[in-house]
Design a protein around this ligand. Structure first.
Ligand code: HEM
Length: 337
């Protein structure tokens, strides 16, 4: 880990220079290969794809659940399936960490894929790889881009409860802090803006957007009749006080189940649902991020290309330790005995 003063210096460079990408954390290129399971489990991609088709067909929200799970896996110890582990007497999983508690779902979809793969090619395909491929398929199934997924990750035997809280950005995260958390993972400002485009699908809970809708939403959205009515609607779903913390609203109210670039159009209109999302366009530090939001709003192809590239980069954040003593779990929820 680089000393604090060096981190601050690099952060300033990142904010003011055009996408100066540097890694404080990521390792060298991980030993992943596109054809990793070619001889040991040739049907892996087909099996994952079929299961994801069923899941997304039955409810498009499932695509969002899996995409988010993959992100929350990769930012904690690398993409090693650690997020999938249940609590046991000897292991404190990541699921109950405050940022994940009540906020992560879709584990049963991964269980189903794992069961199918265990009967087809037992003990072969890691849960971390399943989640990575499933996230790619989830994206395609709701209209997003395709990318090739390098494979060969190992599953961890440990989880990072504390790391989940420190590494993952929250709904009210400021821009500089988000940049710094991405940088720590070896991801750039461009990666941050492109990957945030995942919020073009899925829902957020009132507890995560209350500060925004009773905060600067009115200011950023310019109080047009349309934004006024959107805001009133959001405030009805999510009252300032009282319960309703778990009531949900789509992050992209225009096309909630479609993977497109309308998330960026909402940011241009100052109508991002999360403080963290609107920061990308409205923060005083957001000279570079604002340009990127404008670019992806204007050019959906550029967004799709960058999203694919950034997803491969995020998926390649590996856990070096898991290559030394990792395993292929039989059940994604538990370390092998
Ligand atoms: C940039 C920093 C990010 C922040 C601060 C952030 C924060 C959040 C928050 C607060 C929610 C709502 C959770 C809830 O209310 O239960 C959410 C949902 C979601 N996030 Fe992010 N996120 C970020 C980046 C990402 C990335 C990189 C991805 C994937 C590539 C992603 C994918 C999703 C998806 C798909 C959902 C919807 C999940 C659902 O429908 O349940 N997010 N995010």
């Amino acid at each position: 880990m680089a000393p604090r003063f060096l981190q601050c210096f690099l952060l300033v460079l990142v904010v003011f220079l055009d996408d100066f990408s540097v890694s404080l954390h990521a390792s060298q290129d991980p030993p992943l290969k596109l054809d990793y399971y070619e001889s040991t489990c040739p049907s892996v991609l087909e099996i994952v794809r079929k299961e994801m088709e069923c899941a997304v067909l039955s409810d498009p929200r499932n695509a969002a659940l899996i995409l988010r799970l993959h992100f929350h896996d990769c930012f904690v110890q690398g993409c090693d399936g650690s997020v999938l582990l249940d609590d046991t007497y000897t292991l404190k999983g990541e699921k109950k960490a405050s940022i994940n508690d009540h906020a992560l779902k879709g584990f049963n979809i991964i269980d189903r894929i794992k069961n199918k793969l265990e009967s087809e090619c037992p003990g072969t395909v890691s849960c971390a790889d399943i989640l990575t491929v499933a996230a790619r398929d989830a994206t395609i199934l709701v209209g997003g881009p395709y990318w090739d997924v390098p494979l060969g990750r190992k599953d961890s035997k440990t989880a990072g409860y504390e790391l989940a809280t420190s590494n993952l950005p929250g709904a009210n995260e400021g821009l500089l802090s988000m940049i710094s958390k991405f940088l720590y993972q070896g991801l750039s400002v461009t990666d941050l803006v492109a990957l945030s485009g995942a919020h073009t699908i899925g829902m957020a809970r009132c507890v995560n957007f209350r500060d925004r809708i009773y905060g600067d939403y009115e200011t950023t959205s310019g109080m047009s009749p349309v934004s006024d009515s959107n805001l009133n609607n959001l405030r009805t779903i999510c009252p300032a006080t009282g319960g309703e913390d778990n009531k949900e609203s789509a992050m992209d109210s225009v096309t909630p189940n479609l993977f497109d670039n309308s998330f960026y159009h909402l940011l241009l209109k100052g109508q991002g649902l999360l403080n963290s999302d609107q920061e990308l366009y409205s923060s005083i530090w957001g000279i570079e991020t604002k340009k990127l939001v404008q670019k992806y709003a204007e050019n959906p192809v550029a967004f799709f290309e960058q999203f694919s590239e950034s997803m491969v980069k995020m998926g390649n954040i590996t856990n070096d330790q898991s290559f030394v003593d990792g395993e292929v779990r039989k059940n994604c929820r538990f370390v092998n005995t």
